[in-house]
Each structure stands twice: as C-alpha cells, then as structure tokens.
Design a protein around this ligand. Structure first.
Ligand code: LMR
Length: 396
C-alpha cells in the first residue's frame, strides 16, 4: 500500500503554519490559518480558560466516556449561547445538540447526517467558501454546488444573484451559510439580508446549515448571532455547526457542536439519535476537555464576564488592525484602495492579489497567506505593518 502512495501536498491553510514555523527569516509574517494573535505573535490562552482548567484539575473524578453526544452540560449551555437566552425552540424542546471534535467535526457530522437522510443531497456553498468545506462535506457524500456570493472586483456581496440562485432551490437542497465573519472574504450579510434569505428558505423549503465558527469576533457575541437567530425564528428546520476554537481559543482541544432546530420535541429527539449513530460511526465519542471548560465558563458569572471581556478586546483589536492596514497602504500611496477591508468582519479578508503575487510574497518576503489572497488580519501588528505593506507594494 505505502509503496503505491505518492506524497501529497501540504494542506493549503494549515500547511502554511508549518512552513512559517520552519522559515528562519526574522521578518516573517504569518497571515495564514485563522488563529488569533497578540501583538507579539502569540495565540493566548483566555484567563477564563486557565481558571476553568484549574477547577477541572481539582474537581474531575473520572475519565470515563461521556455520552456519544458529548458532555451534557456543554450541550445544554451552548444552545442559548447560539440562539439567545429564552429562545422559544429551546423552551419547547425542539432543539438538540451534540458536542463534536471542533467545528470541522460538527460540519462532517452534519454532512453524514444529511447524507444519511438522502444520499448525494445537493449542498450549496458560497462562492468562494472556506477551503475545507468541499473536502469535508463532499467526502460525506454530498453533492457540492455553489451559489454566487462575493464580488471580487467590487468587494461586496452579489446579493441579488445569490437570491436568484437560492430561489430556484427546494426541499431536497441544503444551503450552507456563514453565521458571521465569512471565511474567506469577511463580507457578511446584513440582518435585512438574513431576513430575505430566511424568507426564501421557508418559501422554498431548503434546509439552512449555518457554519458559525467566529461568534464574538466580528461585532460582538449577540450582534454576530443576529443572522442565525433570524434563521431560527423564521425557518421550520435549521442546522448550526458551531466551533469554540476561536472564540474560546480552544483550537487544539477540538470542541464544537452540531445543533438542530426542529419542528417538534419528537423530531429533536429523533435528530439527536441520528447524530449519535453517525458520530459513533465516525469517531465514537467527542473529546470532553474543551466541553467541560466551556460549560464551566458559561455557568460561572465571573468566568463568563472575564471571557466576554477578553473576547471583546480581541474583536476590537482586529477591527483596529483592519484600519491600520488599510490606512497604512493609503498613506504609502498604494495604487489599490484597501478601504473595503475596514468594513469587513472577523479575521479574514481577500487582498485581491493574483496567486503569483501571493507566492512571491511568501517566497521572497516570508509573508504567509492563502493562495486565494485571504489574509488573517489578526496576524498584523504595529511592529510588522510597515514591512508587510512595503512588501505588498513591491509586488503590486
Ligand atoms: C482557517 O480557515 O484558517 C481556520 O478555520 C483553520 C482551518 O482549519 O482551516
């Protein structure tokens, strides 16, 4: 078997981190994977996480398996975090949640669930979308199709064209939407646009699957949940794929959730039973460590406040960095206007550079970002912005 394998290329996103770490250049800049960084390039552990870990160390009495759906307290607390406290569907028992190995695990579980409903279901993703959506969901058996989304020249959303495509779909389709901080473009739907999409979803009967991996890093926890909450209030059925990697900084601990909003208590129970059967086939039982930390933080007023404050600081800093980059480019007389970056949300934006220029920046200047010219804004800081902007100007 192994003799027949040819070595495959590194992952187009996570492979960049490895290449960056191996680069000896003192000027190197990592704008690759969607990981938050402080001014000195570190990805910090939240204070609240540290404290929750100390509590866990003291109080944990077993390492036995959790249920297949994961640590129950996490599954309970993550739902109001996403849907809002007192959401009717939660009160009526019409929702369910399974903890998953990160956001990717929840997407794959969603894919398996959808495929076990109707093999080869068409799953519509935005053009462009996160580079791992198609491999993750396509390998689950889904038929990946695209709807128009981002206008690379105008740096906006092709909303009319998006609606036109969605209006042609029906109850056999599933549509993947980015809850906030669109990956890779940073271009988010407005609440009014979410309302329109929700209207079309309920009229046409397709099931929305919201990938919600960056709650709190766009405009704030509640603001970033507006879209998913509009959906939950307006469509009969909804899937949400959630990640705690970024907003709790638990990347390597792999904790996310798959949440379903259904029409009845019995449908929610059935949905959960299908999630469990699919999870058992995929990975059996999800990791518990991150789930216990998140549940501990959400249950404790002090820890929750500390977490929210730190997250809010990150969110504001990312927005400041957007302005720092765009303003610096302008000050240096850039022939291209990067002001659009200021109004985009979350960690990512497209610079709009051709692949050949992206590669030159990587090879000649040790500046790492994805080939499609997606940058992780959180990797910029006042110490590297001059080198970054000078280098971009040199290749433009
Ligand atoms: C990203 O898009 O950079 C992150 O979601 C990390 C990943 O797994 O690709």
């Amino acid at each position: 078997m192994f003799e027949s394998f040819e070595k495959l290329p590194d992952d187009p996103i996570l492979g960049l981190t490895v290449a960056y770490n191996n680069d000896p250049s003192p000027n190197k800049i990592d704008l690759g994977a969607g990981v938050y960084k402080t001014e000195d390039g570190n990805t910090p552990i939240f204070e609240a996480v540290k404290k929750a870990e100390a509590i866990r160390l003291e109080t944990e009495t077993t390492k036995s398996y959790t249920p297949i759906s994961g640590y129950p307290d996490f599954c309970e607390r993550v739902q109001p975090l996403i849907l809002g406290d007192g959401h009717a569907a939660i009160g009526e028992g019409r929702t369910c949640a399974a903890a998953t190995p990160g956001g990717s695990g929840s997407l794959r579980l969603a894919g398996e669930l959808i495929n076990s409903w109707k093999p080869g279901t068409s799953l519509w993703v935005s053009s462009p979308t996160w580079g791992n959506h198609t491999p993750l969901l396509g390998q689950a058996g889904l038929n990946i199709k695209e709807y128009p989304y981002y206008d690379r020249d105008g740096h906006g959303i092709l909303f009319e064209r998006m609606l036109e495509t969605l209006s042609g779909l029906g109850p056999e389709d599933v549509v993947l939407l980015h809850g906030c901080c669109h990956n890779p473009t940073g271009a988010d739907l407005t609440p009014e646009q979410w309302q329109d999409v929700a209207g079309i979803a309920s009229e046409r009967g397709f099931v929305p699957l919201v990938d919600f991996a960056y709650q709190g890093l766009g405009d704030g926890l509640a603001q970033d949940a507006r879209g998913v909450r509009i959906m939950a209030g307006n469509v009969p059925e909804l899937l949400v794929s959630y990640s705690c990697s970024k907003n709790f900084g638990l990347y390597r601990d792999r904790i996310g959730a798959l949440v379903a909003v259904t029409g009845s208590r019995s449908a929610a129970e059935a949905a959960l039973s299908h999630m469990k059967v699919n999870a058992r086939r995929l990975y059996s039982v999800p990791p518990a460590h991150g789930a216990v930390l998140v549940a501990t933080i959400l249950a404790d007023t002090g820890l929750r406040e500390s977490w929210e404050e730190e997250l809010d600081g990150m969110c504001r800093r990312i927005n400041d960095l957007r302005a720092l980059f765009a303003d610096t480019m302008k000050k240096k007389g850039s022939p291209l206007d990067f002001d659009f970056i200021k109004s985009e949300k979350g960690m990512f934006s497209f610079l709009g550079l051709e692949k050949e220029k992206v590669r030159r920046l990587r090879d000649e200047y040790s500046i790492y970002f994805v080939d499609n010219s997606r940058i992780n804004v959180a990797g910029i800081n006042p110490g590297n912005v001059d080198y970054l902007t000078d280098s971009i100007l040199a290749v433009l």
